[in-house]
Design a protein around this ligand. Structure first.
Ligand code: ADP
Ligand code: MG
Length: 622
């Protein structure tokens, strides 16, 4: 190991301006995309209504941003490139109230220190535009409408070491486009266009937020998302959150904005994630575009040179508002939505119902010519989609007797059910059970397929959660205690957690040195095996044992885990044949239960196959 090269008598010097800017550039300018971000910020701050981005070689050769904003006056041009020169704040008070994207006055100076840079600009009322060459400092008259064009060429040309860190042009381009998407989603009222190597890649006209989200993230994103509008204390939340079905393997469609600025913030990410906790399958990542706004003095945006991080005065305030905003949308059962969002699990790219039916057709027909026929049939069905399907007049159906397997309908529900035509039940009326696994039901749109175990599991789970919220689960003693041979750990856990077990409606105590006896079980789960239930709860308690000392969120999580595994024991097993009454009671329960579109593991509980899709399968109407 060689010692660092420290001179015997260190001399402290002031660094030259150029070097200071280059050091600052190390923080602000990492790659072409960082330049794009700064230039787009500036254009938006200047009040631009239309912004055009032109790139060469992924932005490494050239980045040009043209805007129709306020422009920069001739005498101000040299200042724009000076370090710590900004038109956006003048005092500490301004800094605390800052509403512009930039305010540090270092971006252009930093960029100009690591690239060839020029600024062409014209303000209202000036007879001509002016071009500033950053290298020479020369200003010359030029032609241009009101607004600004900033050109940044040969990024890192003077610092080859940094240039080496750049990836392929394609990768740099994709980073630039991601930056553009973030800005475009922040400002739907501004038009954006992007060109690469002379080719127009994207053009998004000024539009509504919904249209902009569709333009940038695709129609499918909008079709599979729920609109959020929520206000809590000083915090406002709006935007779109994807239904659990729309979640992705990667966290690549998560856009969060704080007071109009795209941010990556742990508190905000966690808040959204926790709203999905109960309905998301495995490691899937939710998709969302969320805008949070709050008084600027409650959030510090000046904690990071690129301002992508923020610091909240009260993180909990933001966390709660955001979590509630998202959960409120996710919790409501979606069977009531006029057109329930559809998405095939099969990762089919085609948006909405098209994916499901195409996959159906492809699964059903093995050889290629049939596939072509099925695709053609599907295309035809799409074209004729203008006329809605007219369902046949519903046959009368009465709920006569409800098995004790399901909850008895409340008086109000029963009255409602009596008055309602069966055809208006969102999940329809049951017509059959398939291989002891699926319930088939008919509703106005066509066929509903329900995974009965998954659906019932969710209903039992939600019922248990509600009961536990009200202190403890209702319990029912067993006539004959159920005993089982227990491990020492199980016996110890039963002793240590007696109170918790009671809260969960379970009474488990030692029967002999090596045997435990279950003496009471939760009323809701009275149908299942008491010993299996006790075993699984003891296992969960042993695992979560110490979380009683942890924060309330951890306790809640542990409780939910335990209730979820209890629900699994209480839920109807596959291969149990159900009567139509039982199936219908389950469907009505689903319509009334929060989060019933997903099972406890986040998988979907039901699917709609429309008549249109069925007709296409049979080539009807051709
Ligand atoms: P900041 O944005 O933090 O103020 P910059 O270095 O990005 O710092 O820009 C310096 C100044 O140059 C800005 O404050 C603004 O007055 C001016 N400026 C930069 N880009 C533009 C633009 N596209 N239109 C109008 N003025 C601009
Ligand atoms: Mg700026």
């Amino acid at each position: 190991v060689t010692a660092p090269n420290i001179p015997a008598n260190p001399i402290i010097r002031e660094l030259p301006d150029e070097l200071i800017s280059q050091i600052a550039a190390g923080e602000v300018v990492e790659r072409p995309a960082s330049v794009v971000r700064e230039l787009l910020d500036n254009a938006l701050d200047a009040g631009a209504k239309n912004i055009t981005l032109r790139l060469m070689a992924g932005g490494v050769r050239a980045i040009i941003v043209q805007d129709d904003g306020s422009g920069i006056a001739r005498e101000q041009l040299p200042l724009a490139l000076k370090r710590h020169a900004t038109s956006k704040i003048a005092s500490l008070h301004d800094l605390e109230q800052v509403g512009t994207m930039g305010f540090r006055g270092e971006a252009l100076a930093a960029i100009a220190s690591v690239a060839e840079c020029s600024v062409l600009s014209r303000v209202q009322g000036d007879a001509s535009a002016w071009l500033l060459d950053a290298r020479s400092g020369e200003i010359s008259p030029a032609a241009r409408a009101v607004g600004t064009t900033v050109e940044v060429k040969e990024l890192f040309f003077a610092t080859p070491a940094r240039r080496k860190f750049l990836k392929t042009d394609a990768t740099e381009l994709s980073h630039c486009l991601e930056v553009l998407r973030r800005h475009a989603l922040a400002r739907p009222e501004v038009g954006f266009a992007v060109w690469h190597e002379g080719k127009l890649l994207e053009q998004w006209h000024a539009s509504s937020l919904k249209q902009r989200v569709a333009d940038v993230l695709g129609d499918e994103f909008v079709a599979l998302s729920l609109a959020v509008a929520h206000s809590e204390g000083a915090v406002q939340v709006s935007g779109f959150v994807g239904v659990p079905d729309a979640a992705r393997a990667r966290a690549d469609q998560q856009y969060a904005y704080m007071n109009g600025r795209f941010v990556r913030d742990k508190v905000m990410q966690h808040a959204v994630r926790s709203a999905y906790e109960d309905v998301l399958h495995g490691g899937k990542q939710p998709v969302y575009v969320l805008y949070v706004s709050m008084p600027p003095e409650r959030v510090d945006v000046n904690v990071h040179p690129t301002k992508i991080e923020v610091r909240f005065r009260d993180g909990r305030e933001v966390h709660q508002a955001l979590r509630h905003a998202v959960a409120r949308q996710l919790d409501a059962p979606r069977s009531h939505m006029p057109v329930a969002p559809q998405h095939s699990n099969l990762e089919v790219k085609t948006p909405d119902a098209a994916g499901l039916i195409t996959q159906f057709a492809i699964d059903l027909v093995a050889n290629e010519s049939h596939q072509a026929a099925a695709q053609a049939a599907f295309n035809t069905a799409e074209q004729s989609s203008a006329q809605p399907y007219r369902p046949p007049a519903p046959a009368g159906y009465e709920v006569r007797e409800i098995s004790q397997l399901w909850s008895k309908p409340t008086a109000a529900q029963a009255v409602q059910a009596d008055q309602q035509e069966p055809s208006v039940w969102p999940l329809g009326r049951a017509v059959a059970q398939l291989h002891g696994v699926y319930i088939l039901a008919q509703n106005t749109q066509g066929l509903i397929i329900v995974d009965m175990h998954a659906a019932h599991e969710r209903i039992v789970y939600e019922r248990l959660k509600t009961q536990l919220d009200g202190a403890r689960l209702a319990s029912q003693p067993l006539l004959i205690p159920a005993t089982f041979a227990a491990t020492p750990i199980e016996i110890a856990t039963a002793e240590a957690h007696e109170a918790t077990l009671q809260q969960l409606g379970l009474e488990v105590s030692a029967f002999s040195a090596k045997t435990l006896a279950v003496r009471a079980v939760p009323t809701t789960l009275a149908q299942g095996s008491p010993t299996e239930l006790a075993r699984s709860v003891l296992a969960q308690l042993a695992q979560h044992g110490d979380s009683a000392d942890a924060g309330s969120q951890v306790i809640e999580r542990a409780q939910h885990d335990i209730l979820a595994s209890m629900a699994c024991h209480g839920a109807v097993r596959a291969n149990r044949s159900l009567s139509l009454e039982e199936m219908n009671a389950l469907l009505r329960d689903m319509e009334a239960t929060p989060r019933s579109d997903q099972c406890n593991h986040g998988r979907p509980t039901w699917r709609q196959v429309s008549m249109k899709e069925l007709d296409a399968l049979f080539l009807r109407g051709r």
